[in-house]
Design a protein around this ligand. Structure first.
Ligand code: ASP
Ligand code: MG
Length: 399
């Protein structure tokens, strides 16, 4: 919700659901840009504001939004009540700024629903056992919504976003990307974690775990959106590859020339993990001279930190050098159809080869093939793969 007009439009939509007889619990996020604005304020004071106070601060964005939406509903004679996470009692652990929901008290909400009220809950926030305000991490309102839907055993959890569904890939990169009617939780997790930032990953995990049907729709236009469920569609012609995810968020680090002895990977990745740096793709190679090189990717923001860790252990490991590269991109083909089809990886490599795109790293899972390539080839790679795997919209013109 970006403006008072938008809040009023949302209120109309909610009143429409009520008029059809649905019980409605609405989770709202802060008004557009608000969370970022609050974070900037904190950063103007301190480079490392106390996480507890960060949560007190950033949770205000949602508190403003719920009150305004409840007022807009009351104005159109739709009874509504707003609640903060603490008021509902969305109990979380105490990991400030990235708390996890432990329990939700549904009593107050159920009492309100039985009185015919619409309930508006502040997304992204909860309260720990000591009464401290916590937040769930950026995009956390999605997780609040799914968790409430699970706790209330809702028929469906609808997530209204600025896109009208989940696409085969980012339509900003491929014009003829198509909206998917449905996708499985598993595929969505791969699409989301690979950078299709439609939904918070944790929300999808949660929905999968509690089997909450999730629908992603546009806040601005009518349409069916994309349904995220447990099962694949009935469609026999379902493509082997459902979508292509990609991101530019990662950086690659290589530590090389290390005498190859058991435990090398552990001695490198142990300290990286102790420094709380998440590692994504890993490749280890042995060269002819008997030394080994380990290459891995981390979030780009953490490259410097990871480089410092490597610099510190390089001496002990007798490594010859540490090399970093922030100009990489990751591209993944995702599809549950891969389980029953061979040849996806080779078709992918063939397509990239024909476009002269060098593959730097490869990793696969049951429903995914991922490559790391040079960042400047990202768009070319995604477009080529999208058409090679028949994902282009049917009415698009071949070129
Ligand atoms: N307002 C929070 C954020 O910007 C939560 C959300 O939007 O889901 O990250
Ligand atoms: Mg959001």
């Amino acid at each position: 919700m970006g403006s008072i007009e938008r809040i009023e439009a949302v209120a109309q939509k909610i009143a429409g659901f009520r008029a059809r007889g649905d019980d409605v619990v609405v989770v709202v996020s802060a008004m557009s840009g608000e969370t970022n604005r609050l974070i900037e304020l904190a950063n103007d004071i301190s480079g490392s504001p106390p996480p507890r106070e960060m949560d007190v601060l950033v949770s205000t964005g949602e508190q403003v939004a719920i009150a305004l939406l409840a007022m807009a509903l009351e104005k159109i004679s739709c009874p509504a009540r707003s609640y903060t996470g603490a008021q509902v009692r969305i109990l979380t652990d105490d990991s400030h700024t990235k708390a996890r929901i432990e329990e939700i008290d549904v009593h107050r909400m159920q009492a309100d629903l039985s009185l015919g009220r619409v309930i508006i809950v502040a997304g992204f926030q909860g309260v720990d056992a000591d009464g401290n305000i916590t937040t769930l991490g950026r995009g956390g309102s999605d997780t609040t919504a799914v968790a409430l839907a699970a706790a209330l055993q809702a028929e469906e959890c609808q997530i209204y976003t600025d896109v009208d569904g989940v696409y085969t890939t980012d339509p900003r990169v491929v014009d003829n990307a198509q909206r998917l009617e449905r996708i499985t939780f598993e595929e969505m997790l791969e699409m989301a974690s690979q950078g299709s930032k439609v939904l918070q990953i944790r929300a999808v995990e949660f929905a999968g775990k509690y089997k909450v049907p999730l629908r992603v729709l546009s806040s601005f236009e009518e349409g069916p959106g994309t349904l995220i469920t447990l099962e694949e569609g009935e469609d026999m012609e379902k493509p082997v590859v459902s979508g292509i995810a990609f991101n530019r968020d990662e950086a690659k680090l290589t530590i090389q020339g290390i005498p190859d002895t058991p435990g090398v990977a552990y001695r490198i990745l142990g300290p990286i993990s102790e420094a709380n740096i998440e590692v994504d793709v890993i490749v280890q190679n042995i060269s002819e001279d008997g030394t080994t090189a380990l290459t891995f990717t981390v979030h780009r923001d953490e490259m410097k930190k990871a480089e410092d860790v490597l610099a510190e252990i390089a001496g002990d490991l007798q490594a010859s050098s540490v090399v970093t590269d922030a100009h990489i991109a990751k591209v993944s083909l995702v599809g549950v159809g891969m389980r029953s089809h061979a040849g996806v990886a080779s078709q992918m490599f063939g397509t990239l080869a024909r476009h002269n795109i060098n593959i730097q790293m490869i990793t696969t899972s049951e429903i995914k093939v991922t490559v790391i390539i040079e960042e400047k080839y990202l768009e070319l790679a995604v477009r080529a793969l999208h058409s090679s795997f028949d994902l282009d919209a049917p009415d698009s013109v071949e070129n």
